[in-house]
Design a protein around this ligand. Structure first.
Ligand SMILES: Nc1ncnc2c1ncn2[C@@H]1O[C@H](COP(=O)(O)OP(=O)(O)O)[C@@H](O)[C@H]1O
Ligand SMILES: [Mg+2]
Length: 629
């Protein structure tokens, strides 16, 4: 028999849990991490009509979260009640539950937060002379009384989860928790241009979004002026359906490498909702490159009766009654905006990209549709036909490379005199000297501005020009990096770069890493930096774009993975800086590049492991032509 089961007769095994424990359980759902505390407290300040909200945290919110507002404040009685569960001033009847006009309504946030922290609440109503202060530890009020205070409410949450160690263990690294904190303040700052938000971490101001004239200025003050020319206003009002959508999106080329630049608000509440997000992506459709995400700050207003916010205690999920209607409205709103700005052909999004074509950089991966015959500008065959005389030819040795490391097909035996290769003297420069690693070859030219073609003993070689460049740059850059001597180029005029608060935190955390990679960033204050140097190898690549990707890698990687991340960054930089398929190259340029390749440690694959060259043997060709030796 199981000893744990009580067998005593007449004893009850069911009992009502003590209030304290109930609050701890509820806290588990409402308060997941420091950022959830910030979210609840900001929402309370907004419900109290605050105009200035300052969030101050220490140790990513683990040690202290302090929120000060200049809102309505509370009476003494309300202040005492506010820490109790199910105490709310916001709804009274069940009818109200389906017509919610405030952010809070469940009356459990303060009680839950108090249950798992050491909380001090100080509050004063606008026209009162004195304020009121309550201190609680783990939800138990330990002191209360009149106190000096400025109008509004000030809540300090110390040592979050001090009494729920299991929950504390689930917290992520400091930088991840901090990112969540920045994220939630940013969302609400984006939503309210007429409210000033500040976020201070360990004494440093991470975000300051002052009151601005309009939404656009507000957005730019948070995401940086760099977006100014990219923003498009979105507006759709469908009175019949009771749907109103307003906000900003950015042009497709300003798309980002992650989703954090998207915020969706429903009835002034920040929410996560698949339907809305899908509608936006569908509207951009093929205008986005793989791995790119739109910038979108969009507000949807609907009749509160048609949505249910009471799906989850954190209130970031909602159920929308007319989901299809909302999807179509959002799709239309964004699509119309893109069309109006001539970013897509009017009738059919995605099937053609006429106007976009000229502005968009070519994707790295060549598409088969691009392979139309194009008269080469420097083809060797032309030269051969016109310039070369009989006596210009010399017989070249046909040393077949026996190098074992070759990954290419090496099946040729030198069968007869006929197989000697004739090489025009004028083209001698184009012969890659017998290198232990690369097969001997004579460059014939470039096809489709994408591949090099060369003659090699026993056949022809096809070489992917982008991949060659990638390998060369990767090895050179890696070498420079390992020698701690990245060749940098000083910009004539330092480039001004504004990052987001999250990115700024990462940049300030890894100044040496970025410097060692060749980026010399000076902090201006706030989220503004000036960029003085870029790695010479980067050439014409846009620095900000690349920095954003590097910063993302750095912020997501663990510290002990720094080596791996750095390798990834270098791989990516090499790829970005490489000649794209589609660049015309002359024979001397090709020769130079292949010489550099031959000096590489691993000249047969790109840093991602793709093959650089493939060989087609003369035998293969004979078979194709049905010739019999
Ligand atoms: N910053 C604040 N300013 C004024 N009143 C507040 C503030 N924070 C909380 N309150 C009061 O405390 C009550 C309880 O807050 P909370 O536990 O978050 O529940 P809810 O927001 O769901 O009502 C609120 O209904 C409100 O009356
Ligand atoms: Mg609340």
């Amino acid at each position: 028999m199981d000893e744990n089961i009580s067998t005593k007769e007449n004893s009850t095994t069911i009992h009502i849990l003590p209030e304290e424990l109930i609050n701890k359980i509820a806290a588990g759902e409402v308060v997941e991490r420091p950022a959830s505390v910030i979210k609840e407290l900001i929402e309370n300040s907004l419900d109290a009509k605050a105009k200035n909200i300052t969030v101050e945290i220490k140790d990513s919110g683990k040690e202290l979260i302090k929120i000060k507002d200049d809102g309505l404040g509370m009476t003494q009685e309300d202040a005492k009640l506010s820490l109790q569960r199910h105490a709310t001033s916001k709804i009274k009847t069940d009818e109200d539950l389906f017509n919610i006009a405030t952010l809070g309504f469940r009356g459990e946030a303060l009680a839950s937060i108090a249950a798992v922290s050491k909380l001090t609440l100080t509050t004063k109503q606008q026209n009162k002379l004195e304020g009121y202060k309550i201190e609680s530890i783990g939800g138990q009020i330990i002191s209360k009384g009149i106190a000096a205070a400025t109008p509004g409410t000030n809540i300090e949450v110390k040592e979050l989860f001090w009494n729920t160690p299991a929950r504390k263990k689930f917290l992520k690294t400091d930088s991840v928790e901090l990112r969540h904190c920045i994220d939630i303040v940013t969302r609400y700052a984006l939503l309210h241009h007429n409210i000033s938000f500040k976020l201070i971490h360990d004494g440093r101001m991470l975000l300051h979004a002052p009151t601005t004239l309009d939404q656009k200025q507000n957005l730019l003050s948070i995401y940086g002026k760099g977006l100014e020319k990219e923003l498009l206003w979105v507006e759709l009002i469908d009175e019949e359906a009771g749907i109103e959508i307003t906000g900003f999106i950015a042009k497709p080329l300003a798309a980002k490498t992650d989703k954090s630049y998207q915020s969706y608000f429903v009835n002034n509440r920040y929410i996560k909702n698949q339907t809305l997000q899908r509608a936006v992506y569908d509207a951009y459709h093929s205008l986005l490159f793989v791995g790119r995400h739109p910038v979108a700050v969009l507000k949807l207003n609907v009749n509160p009766k048609t949505i249910d916010v009471n799906v989850h205690p954190q209130k970031t999920e909602i159920k929308i009654e007319q989901r299809d209607l909302v999807y179509s409205a959002m799709l239309k709103a964004v699509k119309d905006t893109l069309e109006k700005n001539s970013l897509v052909p009017k009738d059919n999004i995605g099937s053609t990209q006429i106007e976009l074509e000229a502005k968009v950089p070519k994707p790295i991966v060549p598409e088969t549709s691009k392979y139309q015959f194009e008269k080469a500008e420097q083809t060797v065959f032309e030269e051969l036909n016109t310039k070369i005389e009989e006596n210009d030819f010399v017989v070249a040795e046909t040393n077949v490379s026996t190098e074992e490391t070759l990954t290419i097909k090496e099946t040729i035996e030198d069968r007869s005199e006929e197989r000697r290769t004739f090489i025009p003297q004028t083209e001698k420069a184009a012969i890659i000297e017998a290198n232990i690693k690369l097969p001997e070859m004579r460059i014939l030219g470039q096809i489709h501005k994408t591949f090099f073609i060369a003659e090699t003993p026993g056949g022809i070689l096809l070489i992917d020009q982008h991949v060659v460049q990638e390998r060369v740059l990767y090895e050179r850059y890696m070498q420079e990096y390992l020698n701690k001597h990245i060749d940098v180029q000083h910009l004539l005029k330092p480039e001004l770069i504004s990052f987001t608060a999250t990115q700024t935190v990462t940049v300030l955390k890894h100044p040496d890493t970025l410097k060692n990679l060749g980026f010399d960033l000076q902090h201006f204050g706030g989220n503004d930096f000036s960029l003085a140097t870029v790695p010479t190898l980067m050439g014409r690549v846009q620095a900000q774009d690349l920095l954003e990707i590097i910063i993302k890698e750095l912020s997501e990687g663990k510290i002990h993975e720094l080596e791996r991340i750095q390798e990834e960054i270098i791989t990516m930089m090499a790829c970005r800086a490489s000649v794209k398929a589609g660049d015309t190259m002359t024979i001397p340029q090709i020769t130079k590049l292949l010489k550099e390749l031959s000096e590489c440690r691993l000249p047969y694959t790109c840093p991602h492991g793709r093959a650089i060259l493939i060989k087609i043997t003369a035998e293969d060709l004979e078979k194709k032509f049905l010739r019999h030796g």
